[in-house]
Write a protein that binds this ligand. Sequence first.
Ligand code: ES4
Ligand code: ZN
Length: 319
Amino acid sequence: MHLPKAELHLHIEGTLEPELAFELAARNAVVLPYSTTEELRRAYLFDDLQSFLDLYYALMAVLRTEDDFDRLADAYLARAAAQGVRHAEIFFDPQAHTARGVDIGTVVEGLARALDRSEERHGISTQLIMCFLRDRSAESALATLEAAGPYLHRIAGVGLDSAEVGHPPSKFREVYEAAAALGLRKVAHAGEEGPPAYIWEALDVLGVERVDHGLRSMEDPELVKRLVRDRVPLTLCPLSNVRLRAIDVLEDHPLRQMMEAGLLVTVNSDDPAYFGGYVGDTFHAVREALGLGQEQLRELARNSFRAAFLDHDEERRAA
Ligand code: ES4
Ligand code: ZN
């Protein structure tokens, strides 16, 4: 049986399964550089974050209409529900769509259609987090925040993703100040491939409430102290770390040591269509690889609700 849990680190574009990609490609007359789902799946061998991102952005070409985004999100929610997810805070990458001529309104309205039916159809409450692509300019991020203006009632917060090294959080100080002034929550990917200094910047310069990944936190004892003191949640994605070669094998993942250090860690799927599993599969995999007991798995599930952007009543209801 799956423990009830919240998923807090999930890129909706990373839930695009090969079968749906081909179906949408046919419908939208998009030519993919692969002829079968098997051939596409064989391309899912990555050397690092960038080699994954190249394929991730390329496959998005099949997403064109509101209905496509609705289908994508509904398929994720159905799979997540089957693995015990009761609440999902879902990332999306507006710039990856606007850059190829798909309006941000198409993206948000399409996702919102699926999200609006989610409680009833799948028993999952949802929020949307709009991510800025950090390998694009701060100006582009600001323009994206502006373009999101008419849809802000649908958006709970902002995040920062894509290629990390060379694009420190401080590059986006102004954008995060503007987002906070609009009442948006703040998270950012940091310490996935980048150094602990990027996690410090996410906290001190951007003022994030959660750190996405934070995998490299353990390299800096002062940082660990800070994260423990302030109860800053980390949204770990162990299968992603293996597939993108941040670690060699799951057995080497620092999850257990992070829990023992008192960090508020959660376990998430990141881009489940690409990394070999949804969040229930991920719980199963870390249990096997790290020998976690039932009490630790329960703690991880509990942490996911504590770290969520839910008020206490909602937290109780969802758990
Ligand atoms: C991502 Cl695993 C990961 N890291 C950074 N940005 C991303 N966008 C989608 N998946
Ligand atoms: Zn991510």
